[in-house]
Design a binder for this molecule. Structure first.
Ligand code: 5AD
Ligand code: SF4
Length: 464
């Protein structure tokens, strides 16, 4: 066991004693997550520690004794949303002076944001970043036992500390990090600055974690990384590529479904297609962010592939795997984007006929290369392009989903839509299907027939 891990378990024990002695009733916590799947996973780690030391989870951040905001900084609106929420907590803080408000995550890796919090929100008691999240128990111990503020952000990763507690948000599905960080430095993106360089986890640690999840009832696993295709490049003691780990995980006994996110077109190897095609567990869905359909813009974004290469990958995937669902990310209004560049993006989207497109207006992030470029696009032009893009995406989704009507498929029940008394299930291809509730439960797998298409989801019926 690593020394860092032993140390953290010692702090967990100390915290348990303090929580038992300091609170008359079981204290509560709330972790508020912004951003991507990686952050959601980190929040599960925080929740795991808080629950182990004696807090219970609630969803009301005003009532909770501890509130941790796990932040995102990929686009500016995430920052604005955070400060709104922290401002609103001021009243509840002054009503309960033992309340602990903390902020962690990507935004706290930016010095200017930490300074801003210090100045504007003095009632925030703890701050930490992405590289020392594993030290959460220690930081919390310092705050509670010494009744002081702890602001600790470091600017480099230390080591990957395995096997700390985690509390899965869902009993039936969960994300598993296979790597951390990103080496790509796309010109618009802040992620490499706040999450550091790529660090792959050892394959055996990944496998052990997944086996444990399956033993605990998890049916669907999502392998997580900013750029999963370069998994293993940095491993020193073993040779294991993304294809290798995908194959190993897909064959773990008891696993029902396997997903992965996110792939990068420049590293997407064609032999993956065959692995996906032949596997019973790997879902027939690939999320492959293209960002733009213009070679000029792709080059300026430092994406390291061309539109032609991207289309070639897509053609291979489609010709090998029938009915595979393909989704992407698009940034609208990247600096210097002309009407022609944008039309190239629209054209690519029409050619590929994506099942779904995550659309983003370009957001200027200080410290990135794109922020220093000339040619930033006026908001009204970006908005017009954005609306045009949504219209095209909707038309394609409409056409695509109609093709699925009448099809039978398996759905993993994820939720209940209370008003309508409907189950919400997820299909292998990542679409959601709503169908009338039966005696089944969340986490069960049922066969459904798709009856109505509603752009991005279906209404169906259970086949009994
Ligand atoms: N502005 C807009 N969108 C961005 N993304 C990343 N950085 C930015 C930015 N500065 C988008 C990309 C990426 C997704 C996770 O977020 O499309 O794939
Ligand atoms: Fe950001 Fe590019 Fe890395 Fe994705 S691959 S996290 S967009 S730098």
């Amino acid at each position: 066991m690593s020394d860092l891990k032993i140390e953290q378990y010692e702090y967990i024990e100390k915290l348990k004693r303090i929580v038992k002695n300091n609170y008359l009733e079981t204290p509560s916590f709330c972790v508020v997550t912004f951003g991507c799947q990686m952050n959601a996973k980190d929040s599960e780690k925080l929740a795991g520690i808080l629950e182990l030391v004696g807090f219970r989870e609630i969803i009301d951040e005003n009532a909770a004794d501890i509130v941790i905001f796990n932040t995102c900084t990929v686009r500016e609106n995430a920052n604005n949303r955070l400060y709104g929420r922290i401002g609103q907590l001021k009243t509840s803080f002054y009503k309960n002076e033992n309340k602990i408000i903390g902020i962690c995550g990507c935004m706290m890796q930016e010095k200017s944001e930490v300074e801003y919090v210090k100045k504007k929100y003095p009632y925030v008691k703890l701050i930490f970043g992405t590289f020392n999240l594993f030290k959460f128990a220690e930081i919390l111990y310092e705050v509670i036992s010494k009744d002081k503020k702890v602001y600790e952000v470091i600017d480099k990763p230390i080591e990957i500390v395995e096997n700390l507690p985690m509390k899965n948000k869902y009993s039936f599905k969960c994300g598993v990090n296979i790597m951390y960080g990103c080496n790509n430095f796309c010109s618009y993106c802040i992620v490499p600055y706040v999450r550091g360089r790529e660090r792959s986890r050892n394959a055996d640690d990944i496998i052990d974690e997944i086996k444990l999840h399956i033993k605990n009832g998890v049916k669907e696993i999502m392998l997580l990384g900013q750029n999963v295709n370069s998994y293993g490049n940095d491993l020193k003691d073993e040779k294991c590529s993304f294809k290798d780990i995908l194959l190993r995980v897909s064959n773990i006994e008891g696993l029902y479904r396997l997903r992965f996110m996110t792939s990068h077109p420049k590293d997407f190897s064609y032999d993956l297609i065959d692995v996906i095609k032949k596997s019973k567990t790997i879902c027939k869905h690939i999320h492959l962010p293209v960002q733009s359909g213009s070679n000029k813009i792709l080059n300026s974004m430092n994406r390291k592939y061309t539109r032609e290469h991207y289309l070639d990958i897509i053609n291979h995937i489609k010709s090998e795997i029938e009915n595979i669902s393909i989704t992407t990310d698009i940034i609208v209004g990247y600096p210097t984007e002309t009407e022609d560049d944008f039309n190239d993006t629209i054209d690519l989207i029409k050619q590929v006929e994506f099942d779904s497109v995550f659309t983003f207006k370009y957001s200027k992030r200080e410290g990135t290369k794109a922020a220093l470029m000339d040619g930033h696009i006026a908001d009204d032009i970006v908005s017009k392009r954005f609306d045009r893009l949504l219209e095209v995406v909707r038309e394609i989704a409409d056409k695509k989903t109609k093709q699925y009507i009448g099809i039978e498929s398996e759905a993993l029940i994820e939720d209940i839509e209370i008003d309508k008394k409907m189950f919400v299930g997820r299909l292998d291809n990542n679409y959601l299907v709503y169908f009338p509730m039966s005696k089944k439960n969340i986490g069960d797998v049922v066969r459904v027939r798709l009856k109505e298409a509603h752009n991005f989801y279906f209404v169906g019926e259970e086949i009994v």
